[in-house]
Design a protein around this ligand. Structure first.
Ligand SMILES: [Zn+2]
Length: 381
């Protein structure tokens, strides 16, 4: 029986990438391998490494349109190794399924993109510019990866027209879902300041827990917006709540709360901050709020890239109307979209990402690669 790996360059490359132990923010030689493949094709490579993060920007051709293929080589930690059926960094195929950390998120996507471009260029010249933006800082802080490269591109006046991020977007079948937008993400570390004292002498203390509770109740009960046809309503969630000294007879001096918004395009970070601040000011005599804004929402509405991707998916899978999805967490698309690009995320089935025994269907690798190739062909004719 022929060895499956020898038949599929995408599978071979996916395996080679999974075997590199690139736990975020390590790249572990993935970008070097990617760069070698792209250099052979005539891409110009530019390394934008920063703060221990590996960033590769590689371009081929010139002029418009500029089509960016984007991805990350870093993976989340494997968790308890003995819970895995096979070594997460020794890719293994069992029953037509490829197992390994990064198999779905998102080394298969990168491998499929590179093989798609290899076939495209073998077919002759293309219009415009083809680019790869690959980073090793997506799963971690995401401060020095795509965000940094996007800042450099902005400084040079480079505006991508189209971008595909190869994140695992599919739900039950390859191509059944395209991510066309993401909610924004805004969070806050709140410290409520009171005055510590003995529970027997409350008039000499100021209990920050008692101060916080009505504010918290109001925040939890607030309807921030109703969402719209593309986004669910903005959600407010408290992720941490801490107060108390451990002693049962001490009123604590402070209470800490961490909360997070995932917000729709009906709200903005500034509008949410202002509304929260109004509630806090009403209930809390003294507090400190440290806000962190980790992503603007984005939404691709234009027909160009979405139409091309839908046609390529229909050709390969027969799925005529993939769901245009805006749920889920954040991705590096949030840094690319503000440059003015139409951005979508297309990748393998996402049900095993970040889990033990992460995997991808071997049969989906070449199909995904042909979806990328078909999309590129339609827009770079
Ligand atoms: Zn990912």
């Amino acid at each position: 029986m022929p060895d499956a790996a020898s038949e599929s360059p995408t599978l071979q490359l996916a395996q080679a990438l999974i075997a590199r132990r690139s736990v975020t923010p390590a790249d572990a030689g993935c970008c070097e391998l990617i760069g070698e493949r792209l250099a052979v094709l005539g891409f110009s490579l530019e390394w934008m490494n920063r703060e221990g993060v590996t960033n590769l920007w590689a371009t081929h051709g010139s002029g418009a349109p500029l089509f960016v293929l984007a991805g990350h080589t870093d993976v989340v930690p494997p968790g308890p190794m003995d819970a895995w059926q096979s070594d997460p960094f020794a890719p293994e195929i069992r029953d037509g399924v490829l197992y390994g950390r990064g198999a779905a998120d998102m080394k298969s996507g990168i491998a499929a993109m590179i093989c798609a471009v290899e076939r495209l260029l073998a077919g002759g010249p293309h219009a415009g510019t083809l680019a790869f933006l690959i980073t090793s800082d997506e799963e971690g802080a995401a401060l020095h990866g795509t965000r940094h490269v996007a800042e450099v591109l902005r400084g040079r006046g480079i505006r991508p027209d189209y971008a595909i991020v190869g994140e695992a977007s599919s739900h039950a079948r390859l191509g059944d879902r395209i991510v066309v937008g993401r909610r924004g993400s805004l969070g806050c570390d709140l410290r409520v300041l009171g005055k510590q004292g003995h529970v027997a002498y409350p008039h000499k203390a100021d209990n920050p827990i008692h101060r916080l509770v009505p504010a918290l109740a109001e925040l939890v009960a607030t309807e921030w917006d109703g969402g719209n046809t593309h986004f669910p309503p903005t959600s407010f969630q408290i992720s941490n709540l801490r107060a108390g000294t451990g002693a049962n007879n001490v009123i604590p001096g402070e209470a800490d709360m961490v909360f997070n918004f995932r917000y729709s395009t009906e709200s903005t970070a500034d509008s949410l901050k202002a509304r929260v601040t109004a509630v806090l000011d009403r209930w809390l005599p003294a507090y400190q709020a440290r806000w962190w804004h980790t992503g603007e929402p984005f939404l691709t509405r234009q027909a160009g890239l979405i139409a091309a991707a839908k046609n390529a998916i229909a050709d390969e899978t027969g799925i005529a109307e993939p769901e245009l999805f805006t749920g889920g967490g954040t991705s590096d698309a949030r840094f690319i979209a503000p440059l003015g690009a139409e951005v979508v995320e297309i990748g393998p089935i996402n049900d095993s990402i970040h889990k033990i025994n992460e995997h991808v269907l071997v049969a989906d690798l070449d199909r995904l690669s042909r979806i990328y190739e078909g999309t590129l062909r339609r827009l770079l004719k």
